[in-house]
Write a protein that binds this ligand. Structure first.
Ligand SMILES: [Zn+2]
Length: 130
């Protein structure tokens, strides 16, 4: 049977696209803030060697996924072979190095957040204007 009505849709793939753009923009803003230096070993980083590392993993907190206080510029080596292989040590280091940020993240990490598309667009504009 022929369809007579069509559902009006929002632009296809907008939310996945916004999520990707927010991931890129938030990591870029964190690297700018950190002066494109690994915050653990201090070497200058660029391009694919510069990693934006989440303190609270984005799978654990939608609220903190694009929060710059939850992002850290690390070099590839420190991210892959220190941060992710020694989570307890890395967390203790983070707490010592950034006590206020650590307290903020611990306080907010269990807050539930569901981003509306408008909020995502607004945050992207804010991050891209930085
Ligand atoms: Zn490093």
């Amino acid at each position: 049977m022929k369809k007579t009505t069509r559902r009006r849709r929002k632009p296809k793939n907008e939310r996945p696209r916004l999520r990707k753009e927010l991931d890129v923009a938030s990591k870029r803003a964190a690297k700018d803030r950190d002066g494109w230096r690994c915050q653990h070993c201090g070497i200058a980083v660029a391009g694919h060697g510069a990693h934006g590392s989440h303190v609270i993993p984005c799978g654990q907190s939608a609220l903190l996924r694009w929060d710059l206080l939850n992002l850290l510029c690390l070099c590839f080596k420190c991210h892959r072979y220190w941060w992710h292989l020694n989570p307890l040590e890395a967390t203790a280091w983070f707490e010592r190095t950034y006590p206020e940020r650590y307290a903020y993240l611990m306080q907010r990490k269990s807050e539930v957040k569901q981003w509306t598309t408008d909020e995502m667009r607004e945050l992207l504009r804010t991050l891209e204007a930085q």
